[in-house]
Design a protein around this ligand. Structure first.
Ligand code: ATP
Length: 242
């Protein structure tokens, strides 16, 4: 059975349709790389799954439950955690305080503050530092750690490597690796296709709000993704083909 099902989702910013007729299912343990050019609708899709942006139409089902009227904080308690683009930490609070916020969801599970510090040892000496004083890599680790503290079933990661040096991105991905084997379902928005493909079992490409490619990573070539990314396979009507 699907863990989460997205059905004919349309999400708008004013008149702009940022997500158009998007449908897909995720099963437990799926690691989905969601790729697409700037403005393709990836962030809007993740935010609507997390309840931060309400869709204009369509449905998001967690198991059998329709999330339409479920606010974002309740979705965290139901197991959906978003690590937003730009991290959105409370800069005047310490690393530990930010991490403990994740616990307020009240979900039971293996993720404790000690386990987060084990997974992100670079945070240990920064435990009592305000997050506004941290490096980008430390902030990203705190943002991921905060999401993990809610013991999510579904972790939505929006451009975790944005603004980080390649060395720091290597570290963040090394730390993510343990997560990938833990059975958590992950949606990973990532500009670096190589990195995303290395960890995901499925890749989905968005173009102008629509899904134009959805395949197992093992069954897809880089060229196919590039074509989908740039919309090189268009029909005569000008719409991107799926
Ligand atoms: P990026 O990689 O640049 O983050 P994205 O694929 O995540 O892009 P979105 O950020 O979801 O795409 O944007 C989808 C569309 O919605 C774009 O045309 C964008 O300009 C528009 N958009 C996004 N946020 C807003 C907003 N707050 N108000 C108005 N339009 C918005």
């Amino acid at each position: 059975m699907s863990l989460i099902s997205i059905r004919n989702l349309e999400v708008r910013h004013g008149l702009l349709k940022a997500v158009r007729d998007v449908s897909f299912d995720l099963a437990k343990g799926d690691v989905l790389a969601l790729v697409g050019a700037n403005g393709a609708g990836k962030t809007t899709l993740l935010r609507s799954i997390a309840g931060a942006h309400l869709p204009a139409s369509g449905r998001i089902l967690l198991g059998d439950e329709d999330l339409a009227s479920v606010p974002s904080h309740k979705r965290i308690a139901m197991g959906i955690a978003l690590v937003p683009e730009g991290r959105k930490l409370f800069s005047q609070m310490t690393v530990e305080e930010n991490l403990l916020l994740g616990k307020t969801a009240g979900r039971q599970g293996n993720w404790t503050i000690d386990r987060v510090f084990d997974a992100f040892p670079n945070l240990v000496p920064r435990r009592h530092a305000k997050t506004g004083h941290l490096s980008g890599g430390e902030q990203q680790a705190t943002a991921i750690g905060r999401a993990l503290m809610s013991n999510p079933d579904i972790l939505l990661l929006d451009e975790v490597s944005l603004g980080l040096s390649p060395l720091v991105v290597d570290r963040v991905y090394a730390q993510l690796q343990s997560l990938l084997t833990s059975g958590t379902t992950i949606v990973l928005v990532e500009q670096d296709l190589g990195r995303a493909m290395a960890v995901a079992n499925r890749v989905m490409c968005m173009l102008e709000g629509r899904i134009v490619l959805d395949k197992p990573t093992r069954g897809v070539t880089r060229d196919q993704i590039t074509e989908a990314y740039f919309g090189l396979h268009r029909t005569n009507t000008g719409r991107a083909a799926s």
